[in-house]
Structures are given as structure tokens and as C-alpha cells.
Design a protein around this ligand. Structure first.
Ligand code: IPE
Ligand code: IPE
Ligand code: MG
Length: 250
């Protein structure tokens, strides 16, 4: 029988062997389009609903004591979607950055954006910076919002910046190791994700945290993201707690 596992504000039954809550959780917020299609609604209605789920699940993660949450909101490949879908996503991001993110103030959440900000309009870029600035001195959960994020792009950018630093003499080539390389990624200074959850039943990583996920536990869930609830997160945490992480050892 599982021992009760106490988190900051809530109790979850987890097995006794691995009584640890993941420090860093990643979520590939997928399935908005299919959720809308099932209801005969335009895809943007699914994105709107997905944004509500994002808000609920983020606050919940902070409440139960997750220290880092990375949500995949828009990939470097998502620009290839029809113009009106991309347009409605940009509108949604704008209203979120203007309003909803200020909600996170009460939860003391530090908001960071990972990805190439320069792909967004100057207005969105300014809002992203404002959100980062105004939340950086908080001491709660760190929320990384991956927008115009692609892990291959992140790695290429890291290589370029590292090359520039070697060229200028700031970094000795002999000093390059995995730890130093990690410091050139968007997630510099953060622990690797322990758990990545992908709702919507797709068994793929879709260019998300390729370097950081070397030993991450994956949980694929069949719910579409707009239907994802706190109880689904509990379920993913329970599954995670039953995994035996070996990191190549025995
Ligand atoms: C995820 O949902 C949101 C984004 C990628 C922006 P999708 O829009 O990919 O939904 P499906 O996968 O088509 O159902
Ligand atoms: C991954 O979902 C990106 C986000 C959730 C933001 P996609 O829907 O873009 O991924 P694929 O196309 O199914 O691999
Ligand atoms: Mg999808």
C-alpha cells in the first residue's frame, strides 16, 4: 500500500519506494485542434480552451510544490499552420500576456520564455520581456513557456554562441563539457525535466527539450489537452513515482 505523500498544500498517495515529486515537469500541450474538431468548432476554440487548461494546471503545479514547469505552447514548426490559425494563436498569446499571467502573481510564479522571441511581433516581444522582468524576483515555481521553441534551433544557437565565446577567448575549448554546454541552452541553470507529459496520445517528442530529456520519464496520456484536469496530473505523478530511474546503472 502506498504511503501518503505530502506536498506543499495537498496530499497524494504515492508508493513508498520513490516518494519524490518531480522537481521539473514538462508538458507538451497537445490536442487542442482535435478537441475542437470533435465538437464541430474552429481550431481556435480549442486553443482558447487549452489556454484555460494551461492556467489551471500551472497554478496546480505551483500549489503542489513542483519547482519548475515547462509548457510547450508554440513550436518553431507551428508557423507552417494556416495563417488564420497562427493569427488566432498570436491574439491569444497577447491577451494572455496582458491579463492572465498577472494572475500568477498571487502564486509567486516566476515567468520565463524559452525560444526565439525575435520571431514574434515587437508588441508581443515587449510583453514577454515585461512578464519576465516583473516576475523575476518572485521565489515560487519557475514557469518556462516555450514559444517559438524548437530544441534543434536551441542547440544550434547554443553551438553558435559557444563558438563565438571560444573565438573571443572567453571560453577555452578544453573547458567544454556537458555542464558548460547546458549553460548555453535556454534552460541554463535549471535541472533537467524529470517527467514530460504528452496528452493527446501522440508518442513523439516533436522537437521538445532533446538535450534536456536524455533521462526524462515520459508519460503519454490519452486525454486531449483542453480536457486535461488536475486529476490527470495526479495520475501522471503516480505513474512517475512508480518508475525506476536507472540512468544507465543497475
Ligand atoms: C497544440 O494543439 C497547440 C499547438 C501546437 C499550438 P494542436 O493544435 O496541435 O492540436 P491537434 O494536435 O491538432 O489536435
Ligand atoms: C507540439 O505539438 C507542439 C506544441 C504542443 C506546442 P504539434 O501538434 O505541433 O506536434 P506534431 O505535429 O503532432 O508532432
Ligand atoms: Mg498537435
Amino acid at each position: 500500500m502506498g504511503l501518503p505523500f505530502f506536498t506543499k498544500k495537498r496530499k497524494i498517495d504515492l508508493p513508498s519506494e520513490q516518494p519524490v515529486l518531480p522537481k521539473h515537469v514538462g508538458i507538451i500541450m497537445d490536442g487542442n485542434g482535435r478537441w475542437a474538431k470533435k465538437r464541430g468548432l474552429p481550431r481556435k476554440a480549442g486553443h482558447r480552451e487549452g489556454a484555460q487548461t494551461f492556467r489551471t494546471i500551472t497554478r496546480y503545479c505551483s500549489e503542489i510544490g513542483i519547482q519548475y514547469l515547462t509548457v510547450y505552447a508554440f513550436s518553431t514548426e507551428n508557423w507552417k499552420r494556416p495563417e488564420d490559425e497562427v493569427g488566432s494563436l498570436m491574439k491569444l498569446f497577447k491577451s494572455y500576456l496582458e491579463e492572465a499571467l498577472s494572475d500568477f502573481k498571487d502564486d509567486d510564479i516566476v515567468v520565463r520564455f524559452i525560444g526565439d522571441k525575435s520571431g514574434f511581433s515587437p508588441e508581443l516581444q515587449a510583453l514577454m520581456r515585461e512578464n519576465e522582468e516583473s516576475s523575476k524576483s518572485r521565489d515560487g515555481m519557475v514557469l518556462n513557456i516555450a514559444m517559438n521553441y524548437g530544441s534543434r534551433d536551441e542547440i544550434v544557437r547554443a553551438v553558435k554562441n559557444l563558438c563565438a565565446d571560444v573565438k573571443s577567448g572567453r571560453v577555452e575549448e578544453s573547458a567544454i563539457d556537458e555542464t558548460l554546454f547546458s549553460d548555453y541552452l535556454y534552460t541554463a541553470g535549471q535541472p533537467d525535466p524529470d517527467l514530460i507529459i504528452r496528452p493527446s496520445g501522440e508518442y513523439r517528442i516533436s522537437n521538445f527539450m532533446l538535450w534536456q530529456a536524455a533521462y526524462t520519464e515520459f508519460v503519454i496520456m490519452n486525454k486531449l489537452w483542453p480536457d486535461f484536469q488536475k486529476s490527470d496530473l495526479d495520475e501522471a505523478l503516480r505513474i512517475y513515482a512508480q518508475r525506476n530511474r536507472r540512468y544507465g546503472g543497475v
